[in-house]
Design a protein around this ligand. Sequence first.
Ligand SMILES: [Cu+2]
Length: 144
Amino acid sequence: MRRAWFVLAAVLMVIGFVGVGPAGAASSKPVKIDGKVNVKGTKDISSKKSASIELEADDYYFNPTFVKVQPGEKVRITLKNEGSAAHTFTSDGLSIDQDVAAGKSVKFTLTVPSDGTAFAFHCDFHQSMGMQGAFFTKAGGTAQ
Ligand SMILES: [Cu+2]
């Protein structure tokens, strides 16, 4: 009987650790974005004045999902659609609406706001499925 309790305690501990896993991953969002977000990681390109980044659009997420940049930084983006659906990179704040067909890639440039405001981007077709992300200059706050 004593052994059974021990085993139960051990099982509960394992469940506890597993339970902590997803919560920990969720807190790895450096800035908040309204709605569901499929998080596939963060890339830091803020050490460069002029940077380029390859952004993967897939079914249905962006990778990286969060990009750390410098205020005023000019970023050359290669948007690669590795999925089987069409996607877009859309930022209302920066007036960007870039379509990319399945299997194709497009290049464009964006300039990070000089005041360092974090801005969100999303796929016009799949935003509600969590296909969005953000550029930010420092962690914390909510992307616009
Ligand atoms: Cu999409």
